[in-house]
Design a protein around this ligand. Structure first.
Ligand SMILES: [Mn+2]
Length: 322
């Protein structure tokens, strides 16, 4: 069922125990939205639990009240409602979350165009650049008090999912909402420094490796980079380090699509695909491999060796660009 923010707010009023969750391998939008929603519901007097399958990666420890998010409990836990944020499919919540969370009422707020509307009530705004923006819009409509902690989490959600307000999904409304968040207490300079100016050196080593090994194909319209499990071991890379590396490849003049191949266990390869212009749709390209995401940023997981998948996907991507 489709719904509005006001209806979700209404449905949550009678719920005492509420679980707020988002997708596994969380990004800034997933975590910022989870924390903003958890803080909002706590301030309305609910008993709030916030989980993420993978907890909070260290690089997101700058988010105010980040410690509110824990990994799911081992035992099954009953809730009156589950609020799911930024998550296109049920499976993306992760196995442990799905095994432990029980509730008669599932509510979802998301902006993925590939969202499967799997909850009982679904507020999906695919034109929105971030789930954090849909939440902020709802908070403004419903006159919900935004504390500085709530505002910072929403600002981080929007800033990270728009590539610092650069992607074409960024609208005048995005800046109006950002302005409202700054008025509510975000210190732009200090907070941006925490978000983008405090990378571990380990990540720079990965970037160095990526730039040394970048490949250009399809008449230099595609830039790609592969990371093997051997590379991960020698560089000491953590899963959270890889995000954003691909954007360096996309930023090269003439490149229309960038792709990152990451070797996983069990002969699987994860691909992350980025588009530069609206003429190539990364989400529909990834859907042919069972993945999805957004027009400009999408991903999928494939079965096979990294060499074999690299060749196949690069060929099909080049075909797609023509
Ligand atoms: Mn998002």
């Amino acid at each position: 069922m489709k719904t509005t923010f006001a209806e979700i707010h209404q449905a949550l009023r009678s719920a005492n125990r509420i679980l707020v969750v988002s997708h596994a391998r969380p990004d800034g939008d997933a975590l910022g939205s989870t924390l903003a929603a958890a803080l909002w519901l706590r301030q309305e007097g609910h008993s709030v639990t916030a989980w993420n399958e993978d907890g909070v990666p260290q690089k997101f420890s700058y988010l105010p009240e980040a410690a509110l998010i824990t990994k799911p409990s081992e035992q099954v836990q009953e809730f009156d409602a589950i609020l799911i944020l930024d998550t296109a499919t049920k499976e993306r919540l992760g196995k442990k979350v799905l095994a432990s969370a029980r509730s008669p009422l599932w509510l979802a707020i998301d902006h993925h165009v590939s969202n499967e509307n799997f909850a009982d009530q679904n507020l999906i705004v695919s034109s929105s650049p971030a789930t954090g923006e849909i939440l902020a819009e709802g908070f403004l409509q419903e006159k919900i008090t935004m504390t500085p902690a709530i505002a910072c989490n929403l600002y981080a959600a929007i800033s990270t999912d728009t590539g610092s307000f650069q992607y074409s999904s960024t609208t005048a409304r995005t800046f109006e909402i950002a302005a409202a968040l700054v008025k509510a207490g975000v210190s732009v300079g200090t907070f941006s420094q925490a978000m983008y100016g405090s990378q571990p050196r380990r990540r720079l080593e990965l970037l160095r490796h990526a730039l040394m090994n970048a490949k250009f194909s399809c008449d230099d319209r595609i830039a790609s980079f592969a990371l093997t499990r051997k590379d991960v071991a020698s560089l000491g890379t953590l899963p959270e380090d890889t995000e954003g590396i691909i954007d360096q490849l996309r930023s090269v003049e003439g490149v229309e699509a960038a792709i990152f191949f990451e070797e996983l266990m069990n002969n699987q390869v994860r691909i992350s695909v980025r588009a530069k212009t609206l003429s190539f749709d990364a989400s529909s390209f990834c859907q042919r491999y069972g993945g999805g995401g957004h027009r400009m940023a999408a991903g999928a997981t494939l079965q096979g060796s990294i060499e074999e998948i690299g060749k196949k996907v690069l060929n099909e991507l080049c075909e797609n660009l023509k």
